[in-house]
Design a protein around this ligand. Structure first.
Ligand SMILES: [Zn+2]
Length: 172
């Protein structure tokens, strides 16, 4: 697999990742195909569709779970008794097992918030150079909607905004 891929061993820049991801998002799968993809994802088949950055974040997390089992310790606070989940180290979501470490729920949200550029309360969250409030105006939705969206889909705000920009036809 990927023998002649010029990207082998290299890292994509965030811009390239984003471009790749957006290109991928633009392709619509039929419901039937999506169903098949979900099923095959559940079985953990490592077919070519699973390569690199095309892997959905959620699928990637469950893949890590299957391969590494449940995390046993939170890397931040050291707890072994709280509910633990795999946390992506650099949020580039490569399909690499060592990109994931165990974190408890509270440390996980702190870590992800930090990654998302949380300004410490006063400035609020800055995503793609704009505050969430600005984004909600651009997208014509409420802040609460963005929060619920994040909670439901368990993805970062940047990804949510990209999705919504496409969904609302603001950005192709
Ligand atoms: Zn913790």
């Amino acid at each position: 697999m990927l023998k002649n891929n010029p990207f082998k061993g290299k890292h994509h820049s965030p811009e390239a990742l984003e471009k790749n991801r957006l290109a991928h998002l633009g392709k619509k799968h039929s419901e039937e195909t999506k169903k098949k993809m979900r099923l095959s994802a559940k079985r953990g088949k490592l077919n070519h569709k699973w390569e690199g950055d095309k892997v959905g974040v959620l699928a990637l997390h469950s893949w890590v779970q299957r391969c590494r089992g449940n995390p046993t310790i939170c890397v931040d606070c050291g707890t072994t008794t709280k509910k633990l989940a795999w946390s992506n180290v650099n949020h580039k979501y490569r399909r690499a097992l060592d990109d994931f470490v165990g974190r408890c729920h509270s440390c996980h949200s702190i870590y992800d918030r930090k990654y998302n550029g949380y300004g410490g309360g006063k400035k609020g969250l800055i995503v793609k150079g704009k505050s969430l409030k600005e984004w909600s105006k651009i997208l014509g939705c409420t802040l609460v909607y963005l929060r619920i969206y994040k909670h439901r889909h368990k993805i970062g705000y940047e990804e949510i905004i990209n999705k919504l920009l496409i969904k609302k036809g603001i950005q192709k």
